[in-house]
Design a protein around this ligand. Structure first.
Ligand SMILES: Cc1cc2nc3c(=O)[nH]c(=O)nc-3n(C[C@H](O)[C@H](O)[C@H](O)COP(=O)(O)O)c2cc1C
Ligand code: SF4
Length: 428
């Protein structure tokens, strides 16, 4: 049985965990001190050696990304922290920032030093005002304590609230004051990013993982996880699970183990389907409980580790209704720049709404797949690939449920039963 290894989340249950006093009490800002005394290239090498991979979804090696920044080019370099976190089910950066914003600030100081940047920008989605306030306070306290302002400045930017602004180039456009839409690549941000200068964009959890690596060394980090997926990470369990929340464990833990740690599926019910990495990753079923939740294991089984957002659905949930809800989200969040995504997601919603009502024919299932085929890989950015992932995988595993619903000419499920308050209402 794999054990939880709280590194990022070690002190989250302390009342004052978010304060600079608590952070300093636990050795906070010592890693920055150590890193600032090192040559920037040595810091990059250390992060490379640790095997840390980006926690924003794609799993790109963090040290390698830093190494792409051209050195000695006499240009301003920028660090941008992606705290947009808007994908359904993804809920790790928000709790991390609420419980320990200083670990991100310390990570920024180290990363900025490594890539020779003077400015670090933290881009937070606009809706989470409580997080904005907390990070703002932490930045103020870090300035007062002298950790910031002596080489690294942090600028907090609050987005207007759009999922697409989590896509790194749309984020950069938004940060520059333009409408947030993805940019054509190349040039990649490492060459021409923010204000056309070499820029590193990293997820909150990626940057927050760096101080512990600097303090404890690459070997320590390498010793956790699996062959190609090193270290610990935050898995978020939500939905029909007894104790939802964040569970920090070495990469490679299985859902079976995580469910045990989370008290299992809610009482009297059984697992039907789940997402391994948020709503943009192909769904899994109860046949996938023992897949190692690392980048390779999940990919081999046909999905993606993504943001490690494990949304759990029991047998009371209609697969069609769940997929419809996700698709409505993607239709709403499509930025409209390219036709397959803008028009395709609209049509997908129309067909899924009918199927949810039990209206249509088997031919509509093929039409769904045909539209998906014309969206995936034919759109400008990965939002579109994510939009079709739940649809295609739901038809792969639950085609019969779609057909049964058509035969029934109406939904087979009572939405009330899948609500979290349903058992209490039924007197269970
Ligand atoms: C539609 C869309 C939304 C995204 N949202 C986020 C997000 O909220 N946070 C994030 O870190 N990465 C998000 N990403 C991934 C980023 O483009 C980028 O890969 C990531 O910030 C890189 O950081 P990392 O290397 O530390 O993982 C999103 C990508 C897409 C296509
Ligand atoms: S795929 Fe969708 S979100 Fe991405 S650029 Fe095209 S319209 Fe915008």
């Amino acid at each position: 049985m794999t054990k939880l290894v709280p590194v990022l989340s070690e002190h989250w249950d302390e009342k004052d965990s978010f304060t600079i006093q608590a952070y300093t009490r636990h050795g906070g800002y010592k890693a920055a001190e150590k890193a600032l005394a090192m040559d920037p290239d040595a810091v990059i090498q250390l992060v490379k050696d640790s095997g840390l991979r980006g926690r924003g979804g794609a799993g790109f090696p963090t040290g390698m990304k830093w190494g792409f920044i051209p050195q000695g080019d006499n240009k301003e370099h920028y660090l941008v922290v992606n705290a947009d976190e808007s994908e359904p089910g993804t809920c790790k950066d928000t709790p991390l920032l609420m419980a320990n914003p200083h670990v991100l600030i310390e990570g920024c100081i180290i990363a900025a030093h490594a890539i020779r940047a003077k400015y670090a920008f933290i881009y937070i989605r606009g809706e989470v005002t409580h997080v904005v306030r907390r990070v703002n306070q932490a930045i103020e306290d870090a300035y007062k304590a002298g950790h910031l302002g002596k080489g690294v400045e942090i600028i907090l930017h609050v987005g207007a609230g759009a999922y697409i602004c989590g896509e790194e180039t749309a984020l950069l456009d938004s940060l520059e004051g333009f409408r947030g839409q993805p940019r054509l690549r190349p040039p990649f941000p490492a060459i021409a990013g923010l204000y056309a200068m070499p820029t590193v964009v990293n997820n909150v959890e990626s940057i927050a993982s760096v101080p512990a690596i600097v303090l404890n060394g690459a070997q320590w980090y390498q010793s956790m996880g699996t062959e190609k997926s090193k270290g610990t990470t935050l898995y978020s369990l939500s939905g029909h699970v007894k104790n939802p929340g964040q569970f920090e464990a070495p990469l490679g833990i299985t859902l079976r183990e995580l469910l045990e740690l989370a008290g299992g599926i809610r009482q009297g019910h059984r697992l039907k389907f789940w997402t391994p990495g948020g709503s943009s990753t192909p769904i899994f079923t109860d046949a996938h409980l023992d897949i190692p939740l690392d980048y390779e294991g999940v990919a081999e089984a046909g999905s993606m580790l993504g943001t490690k957002a494990l949304q759990i659905f029991d047998e009371t949930t209609s697969i069609i209704r769940a997929v419809l809800r996700w698709t409505e989200f993607y239709k709403h969040e499509s930025c409209g720049k390219c036709t397959p995504c803008r028009e395709g997601t609209w049509w997908l919603v129309q067909i899924l709404r009918d199927l949810d009502a039990g209206v249509g024919t088997e031919e509509d299932l093929n039409k769904l797949l045909d539209i998906c085929d014309n969206i995936a890989g034919r759109s400008f950015c990965a939002l579109a690939d994510g939009a079709v992932a739940p649809i295609i995988s739901s038809l792969q595993y639950f085609r019969q449920e779609y057909l049964d619903q058509l035969a029934n000419k109406g939904s087979l499920f009572d939405p009330m039963e899948s609500t979290l308050f349903a058992p209490a209402k039924a007197g269970a």
